[in-house]
Design a protein around this ligand. Structure first.
Ligand SMILES: [Zn+2]
Length: 326
C-alpha cells in the first residue's frame, strides 16, 4: 500500500487549530463550508487532507484582555455550532465516546470543541458546566499568560495551579473533559500530571531537546505524559521545530516525532497542526498537505501500524478513555 493510500484509509486526528477565529463575522470572514484562498483549514481542505477528527480551539485572542472574554469565546463556539447546523453531512460534534467510536473515514468529520485558556470561565465553576453543555470536551488551562487557574509559559513564574485550577482538573476528570498542557508553565504541567486520574494531552507542543523553547516539552515532561497515558501532538509551528525558523521543514518536524517516540514511546505521539494560528512549515502550508506526513513517516521506515498510531489512533484512544460514555 502506498503512503497516500494508507493515509486515506487511516483515522487522522488533528489536536489543534485556531480556525474558528477566522470565521467570525467581520472583515475577512471565511465561510468554512467552502474552500478559501486564505488561511489553512475549512471543510474541503479537511476532507482533502483526509482528516477525520479535528479539535477546534475557541481562543479569545486579544479579547481575553477585554471586559468579556466569555462573550468572545461564546462567539467562537457559535461559529462551530453554526457550521455543523449548515453542513451536517460534512461535520458533526463529538461529545461522547460513542460519538467518537462511530466516526468513519468516509463519514462526516468529527469536531471536538476546545477552550484555549480558561479566561472565559472568569473563575466560576458554574461556567465550566455551561461550556460542557455547549459541547466543550478539551481545555487548555492557559494560553501564555496568567489566569484564574494557572500561569502560562510566558509568565516565567514557579507557581503551580491555583485552588480554582485544582478544582478544574478534578471536575474535568469527572465530567469527561480532556485536559491540555500546551502553553502551561512547568509547575502547572507537574501539578496536572500529579492530579489527573485520566490521560491528558499536550495538543500542540514539540520536543525541547531538539528546539529549546518554553512552549516545547522537556524529556522529563514527555516521560511524565507517557506515564500518565497521554499523548503529545507534534505541531507545525516553525518556531517550535527549529531554533532557526527558516530551517523548519517537514523532515525537521518528523525529527520531533522520532524524538518523542524514543523518549515517551510510540503510544504517546500524535499531530496538532496549529493551522490558522501559526505560520506553518512550507510543506504543510494548509490542510490539503496532510498526507505528506504519512509519506515522510513511511520514508523513515515507520510501519503502517505505527504511522496510524501517530496519525490518529493514539489521540482516539485517549479521548475514548476520557469522554463521557454517552
Ligand atoms: Zn496555542
Amino acid at each position: 500500500m502506498t503512503a497516500s493510500s494508507l493515509h486515506q484509509h487511516s483515522f487522522v486526528f488533528d489536536a489543534h487549530c485556531d480556525t474558528l477565529g477566522a470565521a467570525l463575522p467581520g472583515p475577512g470572514q471565511r465561510d468554512l463550508r467552502h474552500r478559501g484562498s486564505k488561511g489553512h483549514l475549512d471543510v474541503p481542505r479537511l476532507q482533502a487532507g483526509g482528516i477525520n477528527c479535528q479539535i477546534f480551539a475557541a481562543f479569545p485572542g486579544k479579547a481575553r484582555l477585554q471586559a468579556s472574554p466569555t462573550a468572545a469565546v461564546l462567539e467562537r463556539v457559535h461559529v462551530l455550532h453554526d457550521l455543523i447546523a449548515l453542513a451536517p453531512e460534512d461535520i458533526c460534534l463529538i461529545q461522547t465516546a460513542a460519538d467518537l467510536a462511530a466516526l468513519r473515514c468516509d463519514g462526516p468529520i468529527g469536531a471536538i470543541l476546545s477552550l484555549e485558556g480558561v479566561e472565559a470561565l472568569v473563575g466560576r465553576m458554574s461556567l465550566l458546566h455551561i461550556f460542557h453543555r455547549l459541547g466543550v470536551r478539551n481545555i487548555g488551562l492557559t494560553w501564555n499568560h496568567r489566569n484564574a487557574a494557572a500561569d502560562g509559559v510566558q509568565v516565567g513564574s514557579q507557581a503551580g495551579l491555583t485552588a480554582f485550577g485544582r478544582e478544574l482538573v478534578a471536575t474535568c476528570n469527572q465530567i469527561g473533559i480532556m485536559l491540555d498542557l500546551s502553553h502551561l508553565n512547568p509547575a502547572g504541567v507537574a501539578d496536572v500530571l500529579a492530579l489527573s486520574h485520566k490521560p491528558v494531552i499536550a495538543s500542540h507542543s514539540n520536543a525541547d531537546a531538539l528546539c529549546p523553547h518554553p512552549r516545547n516539552l522537556t524529556d522529563d515532561q514527555l516521560r511524565g505524559v507517557a506515564a500518565n497515558g497521554g499523548v503529545v501532538g507534534v505541531t507545525f509551528v516553525r518556531e517550535f521545530i527549529s531554533p532557526d525558523p527558516a530551517a523548519a521543514t517537514l523532515e525537521r518536524m518528523i525529527d520531533h516525532i522520532d524524538h518523542i517516540v524514543q523518549v515517551a514511546g510510540i503510544d504517546h505521539v500524535g499531530i496538532g497542526s496549529d493551522f490558522d494560528g501559526c505560520n506553518p512549515i512550507p510543506e504543510l502550508s494548509n490542510g490539503e498537505h496532510y498526507p505528506r506526513i504519512s509519506e515522510g513517516l513511511s520514508r523513515r521506515g515507520y510501519t503502517p501500524a505505527h504511522i496510524q498510531q501517530i496519525l490518529g489512533e493514539n489521540f482516539r484512544r485517549v479521548f475514548l478513555q476520557t469522554l463521557p460514555t454517552t
